[in-house]
Design a binder for this molecule. Structure first.
Ligand code: SF4
Length: 302
């Protein structure tokens, strides 16, 4: 019998790869889709932690990452032995970990969150009188602490793409725009950039903000997140002036090098010949431990 192959693509992949996918989405959408689809093979055009998450929640499927080097700085900046010691030093805290983390990292956590549900899940924990530590994204943790008055101890890793957004360049650019202008930002960006923002939200929420924009049609909308989503924004609202927010020296190159390893050729090879990194290296113990906090999040989000 023919095997059913499902291709998932993150918003940060190139438009041509998104067009090859059965489902395009952010981390939460793709995790939910991976859990519920009846695929024999999932080709995950994203990065390694996403493919690992798909395998953990749908262990029956063969999950393939088209390029084995598609990693994430939030993963590579986190040494698991050090994380284990850090977690043990807060033994009476709930460990909330961002989905942008390895399977071993997830196995050391109590809750997984995405940028879409992080605020609700942490508010839920505080409402139950729990104490919380947050990893691995320092910028997102700093934003949550500032915005909600938490004092969560934070792990210190960053997204190397979002961390480059620069307040000085941004203010210079904003001041040079005479008409109506907006800045919308992902919470992986540095806090000074978030302080300048009109709206802060997940990739999905930023896209929705643009889709539903009802302001002046000549307004400039600056977007502080990875550049792949601009394709979806411009497709949805071609009449709007949507630009990427600047980083240092006016460069506008906030493109995730790992997401962009998903090329048309590598995704096609994974679809046709099942080439790429097959996620079959996770131990049963890691899979079982990591599944618990992921499932908590999915149940909370449904
Ligand atoms: S954009 Fe940042 S957080 Fe997302 S995969 Fe790339 S390095 Fe990781």
């Amino acid at each position: 019998m023919k095997r059913k192959i499902v291709t998932l693509a993150h918003y940060y992949t190139i438009p041509e790869v998104q067009q090859m996918a059965d489902k395009v989405g952010d981390s939460l959408e793709l995790a939910l889709y991976a859990k519920n689809c009846d695929a024999d093979v999932i080709v995950f055009a994203g990065v390694k932690f996403m493919a690992e998450t798909a395998k953990i929640i749908n262990p029956r499927a063969k999950v393939i990452l088209p390029d084995m080097n598609s990693t994430c700085s939030l993963v590579t900046m986190t040494d698991i032995d050090s994380l284990k010691k850090w977690r043990e030093s807060y033994s009476d805290y709930e460990h909330v970990a961002y989905i942008n983390s390895s399977a071993q990292h997830k196995a050391l956590s109590d809750w997984i969150v995405t940028s879409r549900n992080v605020a609700d899940i942490i508010a839920h924990l505080y409402s139950q009188g729990k104490k919380v530590i947050y990893s691995p994204d320092r910028n997102m943790g700093a934003y949550l602490n500032f915005e909600y008055g938490y004092e969560m101890p934070l792990w210190s890793a960053v997204c190397e793409v979002h961390d480059k957004f620069n307040k000085e360049e941004l203010v210079k650019l904003m001041n040079s725009i005479t008409g109506e202008k907006y800045l919308i930002s992902h919470p992986e960006s540095p806090l000074p950039v978030l302080h300048e923002s009109h709206f802060i939200g997940s990739t999905f929420s930023l896209l929705n903000w643009v889709v539903n924009f009802s302001g002046d049609i000549s307004a400039v909308i600056l977007v502080a997140t990875e550049d792949g989503i601009l394709y979806n924004m411009r497709t949805a609202r071609p009449e709007l002036d949507i630009r990427q927010a600047p980083i240092y020296n006016g460069c506008q190159c906030n493109s995730c090098p790992y997401m962009k390893l998903n090329t048309v050729a590598s995704v096609a090879a994974a679809q046709r010949e099942e080439r790429g990194l097959v996620i079959d290296y996770l131990s049963d113990e890691v899979m079982a431990k990591a599944a618990i906090p992921i499932k908590r999040m999915l149940d909370f989000s449904l």
